[in-house]
Design a protein around this ligand. Sequence first.
Ligand code: CU
Length: 655
Amino acid sequence: MPENRIFANGLSRRALLRTAVSMPLTSRVLTTQGSFTTVVDSTLDPGTIPKYVTRLEALPAMPMWSSYGGVDYYMIGVRQFSQQVLPSTMPKTVVWGYGSPRNPATFHSPAFTIEAQVGRPVRVMWANQLVDASGRFLPHLFPVDPTLHWANPSGGRQGRDSRPVFPSTPGPYTGPVPIVTHLHGAHVTEESDGYPEAWYLPVAWDIPVGYATTGSYHDRYRAVAADRFGAEWSPGTAVYQYANDQSAGTLWFHDHTLGMSRLNVHAGLAGYYLLRGGARDLPPGVLPGPAPGRGDRAGIRYHEIPLVVQDRSFNRDGSIFFPASRAFTGDTPPTGPFIPASDVPPIWNPDSFGNTMVVNGRTWPVLPVEPRRYRFRLLNACNARTLMLKIVANPLAARPAPAALSWWQIGADGGFLSRPVETDQLLCTTAERVDVIVDFTSVAVGTELFLINEGPDGPFVGGSPGKGLTPADPATTGQVMKFVVTPLSTRDTSVPPAQLSLPRLPPLGPSRRTWRISLTEGNSTSAPKAAVSYRIGTVAADGTPTPLSWADAVTETPALRTTETWELANFTGEAHPIHLHQVQFRVTGRQPLAGGSPGRGPDGGETGVKDTVIAYPNEITRIDARFDIPGRYVVHCHILDHEDNEMMRPIEPGG
Ligand SMILES: [Cu+2]
């Protein structure tokens, strides 16, 4: 059976490497009774999905609830609904998304964009509305592994936010779903940061007796919010306030519930939060625009467009596929033993890769563009996939494909770079944002160009296409979207990117101390090549890693208003995108773990402020960060499958 055929039907390439080539098109799923059953594979062959038949959804601005006293107020619900993610000739997809309850048409996955201004606080009531029409809770769309250290509402107030103990291998958790929302990249006080243990269930009349309805930190932060900005948190909600006292940048929000983020985000809980204005933005008109704004009339032509890129696999009924058993990865015996008979979680898998590319909630969309400059805000919102993005004339060209147009990167994560960087290929791993200009000015009307992906169909270990890296399947995940050049409607008055002068980046000052962080993989004692967790820990004086767990005491207490270095020593075989909350940091360089090399400075796209950085295998990645708000925050890997299984640690700035 050809590789692509197997890959096309929902099995990851990693799984392929570890399973017999004669594997039938069936998969084994764990039933709710905890036993295995073999079912006919129901996944949709991505080769049967027509590409470039659906127009890109530009993602409108999220409507505001009200605005007074210098604060913008939003009420944002989380709901379940159907969306035409696949082309309109195919079934709709049940997703979760954010929206304004006053207008059900605003619910979308990914969310409509929150447009915020520097210096003007935004207050959001985040409401968990995952209930059906009769007020019953909705179970998760995907199988929830209850053996991780996770929110665990069924543990009650004593057992919530724990790793529960089971007498026999459990099936998936099917109870009410907790949510908690994190604004990624925000300079924010702790009660509004979306701490993983500050989750809450929806208000539903059938919540089982004895369940915890909130996480361990919810009550304490409710009191802090009431004290700090007078917000009342009613059941099923949390009210967060974002000061927006940071540079203009490309932020995004997503779910952060302990041990469930991979599932809640995969179901659709992600959206953009664009922060504009202030001293570190460019005057209006310099960059291509406009972007979608609140209350726009229909028919406006946008020249700044957010692009949220995600990989997904679908079932033939249009639903999103997510593995129901560790057998999916194929690195353990398919029938176990699993926890408690071994140390292998029965449902969690080490990395989730989809076989279909989705942009702004549509598979392989097409965007008509004029012969002018466009500003794109790119976000990799995949669970685990690293993207290498290129604009080419032939999407099926042999990899590495020749670029037809270059990217002009002007910003990353939390703000602008020190100068525009021209490049053929953008490397963008999970949670990273890239702010780019593409100049279509000289492209003939009628030309078709393609956004392709040359990143791997599996864990990223470094390298580039043709140099130690096998690019994604050119027929499926190797393609992302299409541009079609249409006649110019109005003159382009934006500044050509080569002539742009970007806002100056103030220096952070010298580093006063170093936090040495280790990244490690925990392997099973029964299946030695199988990862059963990923860890963030410390580094001992002799350079060896000390892996720690979410449950261990805080070991990093950065000083306030002081620049300090974080060394991320990666002892695993794959790259991990490491994210620090509260701060925008500077990448200062990388060095082999073994030493003996002078190392290298940051990549061209890392010369601005960042909140997520790629830590390559067998290297130490160095960043400088300056915290200035005391409280409890987290540092974690943004491969969501890792984050959910121990690759996250609490930190206490000022502690
Ligand atoms: Cu990781």
